[in-house]
Design a binder for this molecule. Structure first.
Ligand code: PHE
Length: 381
């Protein structure tokens, strides 16, 4: 489409006053006016000038058609009024039609021809994997290499999968609104159907065992929520990677060997692991696993001046995950699909991705992950 070059201004048409109202003079004036209209329509772009163009010709106040009324028709001597009136009417219809046609021909801004290919392009920065997703993928791939497959489940869960089938007793504190974010207006539903934001990835253990028969080896990455106000080490939304292995004759030794291997893959072959007794309703026995601090090497001190190591609080050990042998009560909920607690056994574990990412990247504020500051995020690109 023909457009005026930048810098070039069209001198807009103005309606001349007429001295001569003869037919020939009127023809000439009309011809000039139509030529100007033709020229302006041809130069019409697709931005704001569309409105200006329309107003210039058709606006009630001071538009060219209005001016013609004033300057040509009203100014005409009595004897010429009839002739001028007819011409002006005809001209009005013609101008209106031509203006509308010109506007139709030129698409409004935002359509394809609004692109001015003479402008420099907009450079879009290439995005990078978010450090949490990167950490999550790294953990998942350690288990994939051991033959685990990836399972996922919904972030909005029922009480049944998040608690009941995981052997949480009815009045367990985790079921309190202090810890769990429940969806509103669920009171009319049976407790097991009430919806909540899952507080851990463990419900996917049950969901997967309902669908797949043993033997089973799965890792489950995903988002979880807890009713914690955000601070340097808490966030109401965070990420976990869960694991579950079920087969005949799975022992606590398999659990320890598997997790020890995983920690060495993630933090280096020098790290040691330590298991301390713990409690989860869905594992028995349960443990918390610690790795020797990969920042101070387990000494609790850093550098030549023996500064206290903060990440391990000078203990030399960092708590990494919860784990245990699948409680037989959990298998009871999926017994119909081949998980007879007399025949199969298994282990499970769950770790917080965000915390591990913080330790690995040496951060002291969890909130950095969620603020979306590109200057922070691009360092992981
Ligand atoms: N779901 C537990 C938590 O969120 C972690 C866990 C998973 C513990 C699997 C044991 C087995 O704290």
């Amino acid at each position: 489409m023909k457009r005026p070059c930048r810098g070039e201004r069209n001198v807009a048409y103005t309606v001349p006053k007429l001295k001569d109202f003869s037919a020939a003079a009127l023809d000439k004036a009309v011809e000039k006016l139509l030529a100007a209209l033709e020229q302006e329509s041809g130069a019409l772009g697709n931005g704001d000038e569309r409105k200006a163009f329309r107003d210039h010709w058709l606006a009630r106040k001071d538009g060219i058609l209005t001016q013609i009324n004033e300057l040509w028709l009203k100014a005409a001597p009595k004897e010429a009024k009839r002739e001028v009136g007819q011409r002006v009417n005809k001209l009005k219809t013609e101008v209106e039609a031509k203006v509308e046609a010109a506007l139709k021909r030129t698409p409004a801004a935002g359509t394809e021809s609004a692109i001015d290919i003479s402008f420099p392009g907009i450079r879009r920065a290439i995005g990078a994997e978010h450090p949490i997703i990167r950490m999550q993928n790294e953990i998942v791939s350690v288990f994939k290499n051991l033959g685990y497959s990836v399972a996922e489940g919904p972030v909005i869960e029922t009480d049944y999968y998040n608690f009941e089938a995981l052997n949480f007793p009815p009045n367990h504190p985790a079921r309190d609104t202090q810890d769990t974010l429940f969806l509103a207006n669920q009171q009319s539903k049976a407790r097991r159907e009430q919806l909540l934001l899952r507080t851990h990835t463990s419900p996917v253990q049950i969901r997967t065992m309902e669908k797949m028969k043993p033997p089973l080896r799965i890792v489950i990455p995903g988002k979880v929520h807890r009713n914690d106000p955000p601070d340097a080490s808490h966030s109401p939304m965070f990420h976990q990677v869960e694991g579950l292995a079920v087969d005949t004759n799975i022992t606590f030794g398999d659990l320890k060997g598997t997790l020890d291997h995983a920690m060495k893959s993630l933090f280096g072959s020098d790290v040691k692991t330590s298991f301390r007794p713990s409690f989860f309703p869905f594992t028995e026995p349960s443990a918390e696993m610690f790795v020797s601090c990969f920042i101070c090497g387990g000494s609790g001190k850093r550098g030549s001046d023996n500064a206290p190591c903060r990440p391990c609080k000078q203990t030399g050990w960092i708590e990494i995950l919860g784990c245990g042998m699948v409680d037989p009560n959990v298998f009871e909920f999926v017994k119909h699909n081949g998980y007879d607690p007399e025949k199969v056994s298994g282990f499970a574990f769950g770790m917080g991705v965000d915390r591990i990412a913080m330790l690995k990247y040496g951060l002291d504020d969890l909130q950095l992950f969620f603020q979306g500051d590109v200057r922070f995020l691009e360092q992981f690109g």
